[in-house]
Design a protein around this ligand. Structure first.
Ligand code: FES
Length: 71
């Protein structure tokens, strides 16, 4: 099984690491040029969707997403 990790960065993007395919809304695969590490925007302000371009730092976007503790 592929070892993929998605990490929520504090007030920032989703950091994706591992061998994944990224598919658009029409079913076409993005050319990741062999990259196994990239960031997906979650602030909605990037000019390079779906990838983070760093704009979240300028627009003041903030998120508090903490996984709940296991019971
Ligand atoms: S999270 Fe970085 S530009 Fe949106």
């Amino acid at each position: 099984m592929a070892d993929v990790t998605i990490t929520l960065r504090p007030n920032g993007p989703l950091l994706v690491t591992g061998p994944v395919k990224l598919i658009d809304t029409e079913g076409k695969e993005y050319n990741l040029a062999g990259k196994e590490k990239f960031s997906l925007c979650r602030c909605g302000q990037t000019k390079n969707r779906p990838f983070c371009d760093g704009t979240h730092k300028e627009c003041g976007w903030a998120a508090v997403d903490v996984a709940p503790q296991a019971p």
